[in-house]
Design a protein around this ligand. Sequence first.
Ligand code: GLC
Length: 503
Amino acid sequence: MNFQRLLFVASLFIGSVCTSAAYGSSNPHLSADDCNVSGFTRYKMSAPKTDYEVKQQSDSAMQWMHDAKIGMFIHWGLYAGPARGEWNMNNKGIMPEEYRKLAYAESGDQYFDASLYNPKLWMDVARSMGARYTVLTTMHHDGYALFDSHYMNAFSSRQTLNRDLVREYVDACRNSGMRVGLYKTLINWRYPGYYDVTGTDCKPNKFGYTTAAWHKENARLMKEELYSDTRTLMTEYGKIDMMFWDGGWLAEQGGDRDAAYFWESYKYVEPDNQWQVNPYFLDRDEANGKWLGLIGMVRKHQPDILMNPRTGWIGDYTCDEGPKPVTGKIRERIQEKCLTIAGPWGYSPAMDDESKMISVGQLKRYLADCIVRGMNFLINVGPDRHGCIPEATSRHLAKFGSWVDGIAEAVYATSAGPWQPVDGKYGFCYKDNRIYIYLLGEYTSDQLALPAMDKGYRVRKAYALNGGYKVSVKQKGQMVTLGGLNPKKDDVEVIVLELNKNI
Ligand code: GLC
C-alpha cells in the first residue's frame, strides 16, 4: 500500500470514529478537534496498468465515461423472436441450421424482421432515462451479426434484411450526441469447435457434439471470424467510444482470462499459436511490423476506445453484472454496474409489463449506490423482433429519468467522495464547491454527523436537492452535523452542501 492509500484508509477509520463520536456515544474521549488529521480524499483513479503489453487508458481518455454515469444497454438479435432470452439457442440446443430460420419469414411470428427499427427512437428512450451512452449487441453468442460482416461464413442482417443495423445505430447515436458503445461476444455457437478447440476433448454441450478431429480447424475459423469482424467494426464505423466484450471463455467453462491463450486477447499474436489466424485478417504494428492480437488491433484503429475486461485483457474499466446490490468502497477504477430491467437480456414479455420490472425505486437506489462509489450504471432494454423498445419499458425508464433530471447536478460529472460511503445508509459525491449526500433508504435519522472536512472549509448552506427543504448545519472546526433531515424509508434523498470553496 502506498503512502497516499495508507492515509486514505486511515482517514476513513478516523472519519467513522468521529461520526459516532459526534453522537456522543462510542468514545467519550474523542472530541471533534481530535479528528483534524482526517479530511477530504479527492477522487483519483488508480494509475493505468499494463497487461499483455497493452496499457489501460489514461484518466483523460476515461473522463467522458466518468462524467456520463448512465448508459443504455441494448440486447437485440434473432432471439427477440422466440422471446425467451438471448441464451435460448443454447438452452434448447437448437442447431444452427434450425436457428437460422428466425432470420427468414418462414418463422412467422418469430421472424426477426426489424420492420419498425428506427434507432432514433431508441436514442429518445436513452435520453429520457438520463443515459449519455448506449451499447448495442452487434453480435451475441448465436453468431448473427447486426452489421455487414465480411467473413466468408458470416450470418448477418446484411444478408437476411439487406440492412446494416449497426450502421443505422451508430449514425443515430452520433446524431443525438450519445457516445457510441458496441457489445460483441468472442464466442459463436454456430461453430461446434467452440466446445472442442483441440479436436480431442469435446466438452459437455446441449447440441450433442462429440469429440472430432475437425473441430480444431472449425474453432480456428470461429476465431478468424472474430478477428475479421473486429476489424470491420473498428475500421468501418468511425469513432467507437466503448467496447463491451463478452464470452471470453470457451465451452461455457472457466473465466474470461482462461481462454485468452486461444483468442490471443493480447497486443500481439504468438507465432506458435495452435489456432493461427490467416494474416489476411490480421493487422500489423506499424512500429515493428509484428502481427497484432485482438486487443492490439482494436487499439491500433481506435486509440481512445474504452474496453471492459471480458476478453481476458485487464480492461480499462471493470464490470459488475447482475442485480446483486452495490456495496463497498469507492472503486479504484470506474466500474460499470449492468443489469436488465426484467427477465433475460433479450426481449421477453416481462418487458411489456411494468409490474414485472425492477421498480423505479430500485433503479434510483442502484444509481445512487453507483454514483457514491465511482461507478457507472448501464441499464438494459430488449427491443422486440420488429425493433421496438416495448412501450412499458420506455414509460418505466422515463419515470426514472425524470427523477435523474431533477438531481442532475448530483449525477453527471461528479466524483465519488470526498468520504467513503456507508452501505445502505449514505454516500457522497462532489463537484466544484458542492458535496452531494445520498441518503440511501436505510438511514432514518433526522441528523447526520459527517466525517471531518479539510481545514479551512465552511458549509455555507445545506438543503434537499429534490425535496425543497432546508437542512440545518452545525459546524465546529472540521466537523459538521446536519439536522432537519427528512429521509423516507427505502427512498433515495440527495442533500446538497455548499462550501466556501472548491474541493
Ligand atoms: C450475461 C449473459 C449474456 C449477456 C451479458 C450482459 O453474461 O449471459 O447473455 O449478454 O450478461 O452483460
